[in-house]
Ligand binder design. Structure first.
Ligand code: RAM
Length: 357
């Protein structure tokens, strides 16, 4: 085991212990995420007049029907309760930038008090975000960034380089440092996945990964069935494939299921970014022995605190501004206009049962 990996494992253990001891990162219960059907109500019904004395903010994920985003909403609702504001949760059915822009235009026209967005395209959303800000509606991107000019600040779930590094390390550990690997991503325009993939490609150029060959990158569009079919396709196209890295919670679960269904457990290893509740059975079966993630509930929670800090006028949202992140503590906006949530956790057979999200 490499030193860096051991350090990360140790961090994961410490984080795991913190959670087990109730150290401020208590994961939400699965049932708390409201059913998708109810969340997908028409926009007009979603963004109602502000609750008495409070503002109405809107949490806009890439799409609906993804437990990762539903968990972020659980955290956002917790923040809303603490701040005495209302947060509605709405998105298009598919992770598509054009549909997301249409939705945002409608929310801007309704004059909502603030937008917290996980972007389907970092450039395409800039004019829309800029229009919102011109209309006095603060914009915080979270999870997947809108480029500068289209948002006030971006809430980064973890350092992109660290996210890339840990995924390559996990894959390398699982395949004994040699063999063919492939990446199964979300959509081809997803700003967060594209940044991580570019960094994983440069990471793979390091001498310690000289025997690992990246044979392909495919896109499951954050849809379960498409991701599953792409994973099966990878195993058929590359019979020698040793690992699939899926830097998406939808793709990793679908890939692990595909490995099981194809009877390839122990031959093809899946890793990447996933949620413990979706991945538990695959960690135990050996289809996906290790994966990483931050706590999406904390990400949603911090996004609403940051949006409220700007919308309420407590801060302007400039680099160096410090704001209250509720139970997560105080945060400062970095020079590049981003705020870093914290460290990702590595999940494996040793700690997976300590988490519930
Ligand atoms: C999916 C989405 C999200 C990403 C996670 C890891 O749920 O693509 O944007 O952050 O995976």
């Amino acid at each position: 085991m490499s030193r860096k990996f051991s350090v990360l494992m140790l961090l994961a253990l410490i984080l795991g212990l913190m959670v087990a001891c109730g150290g401020g990162t208590t994961p939400p219960a699965e049932e708390e995420a409201a059913p998708v059907e109810e969340e997908a109500a028409p926009v007009e019904e979603e963004a109602e007049a502000p609750a008495e004395g409070g503002a109405t903010y809107v949490l806009v994920p890439k799409n609906l029907g993804n437990p990762y985003f539903d968990t972020a909403n659980v955290g956002a609702q917790e923040a809303a309760g603490e701040l005495g504001v209302e947060v509605t949760y709405t998105a298009s059915a598919t992770a598509d930038a054009t549909e997301q822009i249409q939705l945002l235009n409608s929310l801007i026209a309704q004059g909502v008090a603030g937008l917290a967005i996980s972007a389907n395209d970092s450039d395409a959303l800039v004019p829309t975000g800029s229009e919102a800000m011109d209309a006095g509606i603060p914009v915080v991107s979270w999870d997947s960034a809108i480029n500068e000019g289209g948002r006030n600040i971006h809430i980064n779930q973890a350092e992109a380089a660290g996210i890339a590094q840990v995924q390559v390390e996990m894959a390398s550990e699982l395949i004994g440092g040699a063999g063919q690997i492939a990446i199964l991503s979300a959509t081809s325009t997803a700003p967060n996945q594209n940044e991580w993939i570019a960094l994983m490609e440069s990471e793979l150029e390091k001498p310690e990964y000289a025997d690992i060959e990246l044979v392909g990158i495919v896109y499951g569009d954050d849809e379960d069935e498409k991701s599953y079919n792409e994973a099966v396709g990878l195993m058929r196209t590359y019979p020698e494939l040793k690992a699939i890295i899926a830097p998406t919670t939808v793709g990793i679960a679908a890939s692990a299921r595909a490995v099981q269904d194809q009877d390839r457990v122990g031959e093809v290893f899946v890793t990447g970014l996933g949620t413990p509740n979706q991945m538990r059975e695959y960690v135990k079966s050996g289809a996906a022995p290790a994966f990483a993630l931050w706590n999406p509930a904390d990400l949603g929670y911090l996004s609403i605190y940051a949006l409220h800090a700007i919308a309420s006028g407590a801060i302007e949202g400039n680099p160096g501004d410090t704001f209250d992140g509720g139970k997560l503590g105080e945060y400062t906006i970095a020079d590049d206009g981003t705020v870093l949530l914290g460290l990702p956790t590595i999940f494996n057979a040793d700690n997976i049962d300590d988490f519930d999200f």
